[in-house]
Design a protein around this ligand. Structure first.
Ligand code: HEM
Length: 138
């Protein structure tokens, strides 16, 4: 059995032209050079993402099972070899997105408390100041 090839993101990124077009879907690398001109969604979109991870774009379009079936042995080049510091696979990135947005939501909560506290302090100060002014006038 022949071993499955492994390419780093940097190596895949070199295949980013019309004549040499690799795409990554679900951490698998596909040679779409021949297919690009036949793509029902147009050659341009594939060229835009050439050499990159297009898992998200591929899923967003809602490709049919037939489209998924086209990602077969004929196009398959190998698996992505992720090095330390490389971005996470797109599918997992979506998950970390939600956790980072929830942490920014709690950051907003702390900010809100600060606004209420500072606002309250200013209002209290202004109230005291006006009281003092009124006392002076009497
Ligand atoms: C990577 C391999 C890809 C394959 C094998 C592929 C295959 C196909 C196939 C077979 C269709 C016809 C409709 C269907 O069966 O779902 C299609 C449509 C389409 N594809 Fe892809 N696609 C790929 C990547 C992409 C990417 C990265 C995009 C980026 C946005 C994209 C955008 C579209 C669009 C917009 C359509 C709809 C065209 C229309 O209905 O007028 N495709 N694709």
């Amino acid at each position: 059995m022949s071993e499955v090839k492994e390419l780093t993101l940097q190596e895949v990124a070199e295949h980013n032209t019309k004549k040499d077009l690799y795409l990554i879907v679900n951490d698998k690398i596909y040679d779409c050079t021949e297919f690009a001109s036949e793509h029902p969604g147009g050659e341009e979109v594939l060229l835009d993402l050439a050499g990159q991870d297009c898992t998200e774009a591929f899923d967003d379009v809602g490709h049919s099972d037939e489209a998924r079936a086209l990602l077969d042995d004929e196009k398959f080049v190998g698996n992505v070899k992720r090095l330390p510091g490389d971005p996470a696979p797109k599918a997992q990135e979506a998950a970390s997105y939600s956790s980072s947005s929830s942490s920014s939501a709690s950051g907003f909560g702390v900010g809100l408390y600060a606004v209420i506290l500072v606002g309250g302090a200013i209002a209290y100060g202004a109230y005291n100041y006006l009281q003092a002014q009124q006392a002076q006038q009497q």
